[in-house]
Design a binder for this molecule. Sequence first.
Ligand code: 9G3
Length: 567
Amino acid sequence: MKQSQMLIPTLREVPADADIKSHQLLLRAGFIRQVASGVYSFLPLGKKVLKKVEDIVREEMDKAGASEMLMPALQPSELWKESGRWYTYGPELMRMHDRHEREFALGATHEEVITGIVRDTVNSYKKLPLTLYQIQTKFRDEKRPRFGLLRGREFVMKDAYSFHDSFDSLDEAYDRMYEAYANIFRRCGLDFRAVIADSGAMGGKDTHEFMALSEVGEDTIAYSDQSNYAANVEMAPVVTEYAQSTEPMKELEKIETPNQKTMEEVAQYLGHSVDQGLKALMFKVDDKFVLVVTRGNHEVNDIKLKHLFDASVVELATEEDTKTLMGAGFGSLGPINPGKDVEVVADNAVKYLRNVSCGANEDGYHYINVNPERDFEATYADLRFIQEGDPSPDGQGKIQFARGIEVGHVFKLGKFYSDKMDASYLDQNGRSNSMIMGCYGIGVSRTVAAIVEQYHDDNGMTWPVQIAPYQVHLLALNMKNEEQKQLADELYTQLQKAGVEVLYDDRKERAGVKFADSDLFGIPLRITVGKRAGEGVVEVKERSNGNQQEVEKEEILQVVNQFLASE
Ligand code: 9G3
């Protein structure tokens, strides 16, 4: 394609609100353009890349036995009322009325729509298993869209759904999808980990997230330094064996600790390290109030708390509720004589401690010489976030942290939707059963940004060849010079005929502008027609490593094919 005929509005300056590389570079290189907060257009070069990722996804989905379809973004509220999610989702679910005042959701995901279709069209075990997928635009009204394509309000997702008459069949589909995802992200050139994840509000049990490693990722991965164990930090169980402290128990004492609020302040005031103090936080777990006790140096893992109570909503209680229940504010809470309507749970790391401190449930007072086995009742459980250095849950090595961008998520849904929406089938005994489901998502537009996060340098993007918008960037440095123009035109025609994807910079621009744009776009191989055009000699340069060589025009096709074959 000739650049003189394309729209590639490059920007000199980085937009103020773009504070990660992928957002900055995709905007500056004219690959995307913001229309509204969290809403982007894909301009020609960006669209080319998006399509490359989609085509890889399509190939692997088809290979995994899934059939592509396309569902509407406009979803009648009736379906979401059947699943109950019309009422459980808040402002994130974009809703609208049509001209007849009928209510619709703009599709954030398609469990309801696909279950509605399969319920009405599949009624026998003979028709199962069935895996369907689409690549489609999703709408989620994020409160704080940010990081460009990484967290948008309209984005491209591949979502697949599978239907089964047994959990074994679901396991098979799940494993095939898992494998397909690994192929997809490998072919996209991503450095990724599949991590054990939390199924969130989706119900179901097993789920894995595919995380592209990146410092700007919003998720934290806990992985073993000696095995391939990896989990979203929310899910990683703590398997540390705690030993009973052998320190003799001292007499419990109540100490005045005026204006000492934080764990650090109290520990310093009482002259002990933070991990010798108990932290007590009040949570609202569904409609119950729960005081969660951990060591001062640990953090409460609210996902583990949610699973402990099998709750739907877990949030910190307000200070007001806390004062009413406990007679004290946040900085003075403790498990000794808690409010009567408060359930006390404690992390396993607390159980065998001796002579620690905790809030006295009286503002400005703490207890010292607190001994859990003697001084308070609590239900013990694994309630803290795992920390770096903790033993890996698989018993091999120690846990390290990394940050990741969630680019894929696979779920075993079970009967969550088929029960609610009566998607049933007759088994071989003629009995009616709810179908068993799986669902599998890839953030396609998010994957584009994740690739840029892993493939860029100070001058711009450095696309892997299989994802790049074009394979070759052909620059004629001076289009007014007849020799250069002629040689460039000739090479352009020859490369296109050979099926090479060529972007031809035939603009009447200065060489410096052309080189800077070329570095920014990140097309893997650059051919520059310049001063030695008259001798039929051009320069070939690899974008990723800067290797360059002078090449006779007769050798060009062979050099290009050799490069493409080697990537
Ligand atoms: C909503 C809104 C946001 C949502 C959802 C629904 C996330 C929602 C989870 C999923 C699960 C799977 C199929 C593909 C793979 C992921 N955010 N999820 O269901 F209404 Cl506003 O989307 N869906």
